[in-house]
Design a protein around this ligand. Structure first.
Ligand code: HEM
Ligand code: HEM
Length: 180
């Protein structure tokens, strides 16, 4: 089934969840790694372009995901209204905000920079720039430099919660995100 129901995730939500999880974890690694390459190393521009292009793709994917979540019936949380479920829901909200804030700050950081050359989406076509703006550029740079740390902490908490529910509580939470 494509759509979610009150207690299952449909294939669209499941595919978006796992595809985006994979891309985001890859993007965190790529973000930290690419800065380690010297200016004259050929891999550096390649990694930067891959990072910017995949990040922009993630911006589109999160827009789709939010729209899809809003269009689908609200799922009943497994585990009722106990503290652990409330924390899990808060972490999900935090992850949504990060999935918007991370690529948006990255895009704004690049788009408001002084470089006259717009970057090309996977080398296919240039993406729009805005007028150079030092204030916006620096603010976005600050946000984009700090959010990854918050993201890693929340993702670790989210994974620990998922594994606890699978191996200790055995309440089917991981299974419903994995298969219909
Ligand atoms: C989910 C999406 C994204 C994640 C998880 C992510 C993650 C990261 C990380 C971990 C860093 C290294 C930060 C540091 O060294 O302190 C970084 C740097 C950077 N990111 Fe992203 N990023 C994302 C999206 C984007 C997008 C969409 C763009 C641009 C279109 C972008 C452009 C950049 C640039 C230019 C840097 C280098 C910044 C600098 O050296 O000051 N990122 N990113
Ligand atoms: C960057 C990585 C990840 C992000 C951003 C993320 C984000 C989310 C979000 C926002 C939800 C809420 C449901 C939705 O709206 O789609 C969710 C659910 C879930 N995630 Fe992740 N996730 C990530 C990685 C993982 C990993 C590696 C696991 C493996 C343990 C996992 C296990 C789950 C499970 C089991 C649920 C269902 C929770 C429930 O039904 O109450 N996630 N995830």
């Amino acid at each position: 089934m494509l759509a979610n129901t009150a207690d299952t995730y449909g294939s669209v939500s499941r595919t978006l969840h796992w595809l985006m999880a994979l891309l985001i974890i890859g993007m965190l690694a790529c973000g930290f790694l690419m800065g380690e390459f010297g200016r004259d190393e050929p891999l550096r521009p390649l990694l930067y372009n891959l990072h910017k292009s995949t990040g922009t793709l993630l911006l589109l994917l999160i827009a789709l995901r939010v729209l899809w979540t809003l269009l689908n019936p609200k799922r009943l949380p497994l585990g009722g209204k106990n503290i652990a479920s409330q924390v899990a829901r808060l972490v999900h909200l935090g992850l949504y905000l990060l999935m918007i804030g991370l690529p948006l700050s990255g895009y704004l950081l690049v788009a408001s920079g002084t470089s006259v050359k717009p970057f090309e989406f996977f080398g296919l076509f240039p993406l729009p720039k805005i007028a150079p703006n030092d204030w916006l550029h620096e603010a976005a740079e600050g946000v984009h430099g700090n959010l990854p740390w918050l993201a890693m902490a929340l993702i670790a908490l989210h994974i620990a919660g998922g594994l606890k529910r699978h191996f200790i509580q055995r309440d089917g939470t991981l299974a419903r995100m994995w298969s219909s």
